[in-house]
Design a protein around this ligand. Structure first.
Ligand code: FDA
Length: 319
């Protein structure tokens, strides 16, 4: 059974990176609406106008929120410009509703797949606009082939804008060194285990050793009083961090993806900890859905149930 599960995880993670399959799903008038029913568990809707009212509902319940226009690996210049414009509009809309919250994105969605200069140029535009409304930008972390470029761009922007933060993946071996440097920059660090399939000499698999590393990095960041977002759904890790009193520290927040463990984040918020829900919207949910299924293969059953009976979906009322 273990082997079958590992095979399924591997297959889903490979499918996540398969641009041809992604394109086929997104263009198909049959597959897109079918799989969209499963994606809707994790994605608020196809448009900004779906995510924003949901964001307000969460804020009214005392959660903080991140919002992402979902997508990555954009290789068309005009498309990158459009994506940047959509992010600018998202920031404007959040500003108009006094949402001093977070906007998240992949650098490869706004230009990194064309070149680093374009991604940086677009990032500066977003950071300027976000700064105006006291909105934080959080750069997501993609495959390890993009880590160096992503960190170089982050280091450049972080010198000008303290409202820009960076995501680090505990599973990468290089994070041990990266974190020592990044702690010198003011931006928030979001610590995740890492969603991408990586070669064994680059990253650790899910294991006790990875959990220990995760805890070690959280300790390093909290000891330095560095702003940190603890982004995990791992209840055992969360219990350990709670015992160590990390969540009581003023610079620490707990962040979970929309649709995953609403019960757990609700309990943590009830204890008075700062809790953030990560909301996504858009049509490019293919890779995101594959990752959510690969992380927890039981979700495949939920996906089937959601396709057959969409009324079962998680919504903000479950939080
Ligand atoms: P892990 O995968 O070790 O699972 C531990 C337990 O958590 C499971 O046994 C289950 O109980 C629960 N769980 C985990 N995933 C679940 C799921 N999908 N459904 C139901 N239960 C689940 N990654 C990345 O590479 N780059 C990034 O930029 C980001 N950004 C990001 C932001 C935020 C806010 C979060 C929460 C996560 C990310 N990730 C990410 C994803 C991250 O790297 C990781 O893949 C997932 O969080 C799953 O790992 P966990 O630490 O949650 O637990």
């Amino acid at each position: 059974m273990k082997n079958t599960e590992e095979l399924v995880i591997q297959a889903l993670k490979s499918a996540a990176r398969d641009e041809q399959m992604k394109h086929a799903v997104q263009q198909s008038t049959e597959l897109y609406p079918l799989l969209w029913k499963a994606a809707k568990r994790y994605v608020t809707g196809e448009k900004r106008q779906d995510a924003l009212p949901m964001a307000l509902e969460f804020i009214a319940k005392d959660y903080q929120i991140s919002i992402e226009l979902i997508g990555e690996n954009t290789t068309d210049l005009v498309e990158c410009q459009k994506v940047k414009d959509e992010f600018l509009q998202l920031i404007e809309s959040m500003g108009a509703s006094s949402m001093k919250q977070t906007v998240s994105f992949d650098l490869s969605h706004i230009g990194l797949s064309i070149n680093a200069e374009l991604a940086y140029k677009h990032l500066v535009d977003l950071a300027q606009k976000a700064n105006q409304y006291e909105i934080t930008l959080m750069i997501s972390m993609e495959e390890s082939s993009k880590t160096s470029d992503t960190l170089d761009i982050y280091k450049k922007i972080a010198c000008q804008y303290s409202n820009v933060g960076i995501t680090l993946q505990a599973h990468l071996y290089r994070t041990e060194d990266d974190i020592k440097q990044l702690i010198q920059y003011p931006g928030k660090i979001r610590l995740v285990k890492g969603a991408f399939q990586e070669p064994i000499d680059v990253a650790l698999k899910r294991s006790e050793a990875l959990n220990e590393r995760y805890l070690h990095y959280v300790e390093q960041l909290t000891n330095a009083n560095h702003p940190i977002s603890i982004a995990t759904h791992d209840e055992v890790l969360i219990q350990e961090m709670e015992q160590r009193q990390y969540f009581n520290q003023p610079n620490v927040e707990i962040e979970m993806l929309y649709g995953i463990r609403p019960d757990l984040i609700h309990q943590l918020k009830a204890k008075g900890y700062r809790c953030k829900v990560y909301l996504t919207y858009g049509r490019e949910w293919y890779l995101y859905l594959c990752h959510r299924l690969a992380e927890y293969p039981e979700n495949l059953f939920l996906a089937v149930a959601d396709i057959i009976n969409p009324a079962m979906l998680t919504r903000s009322k479950d939080y």
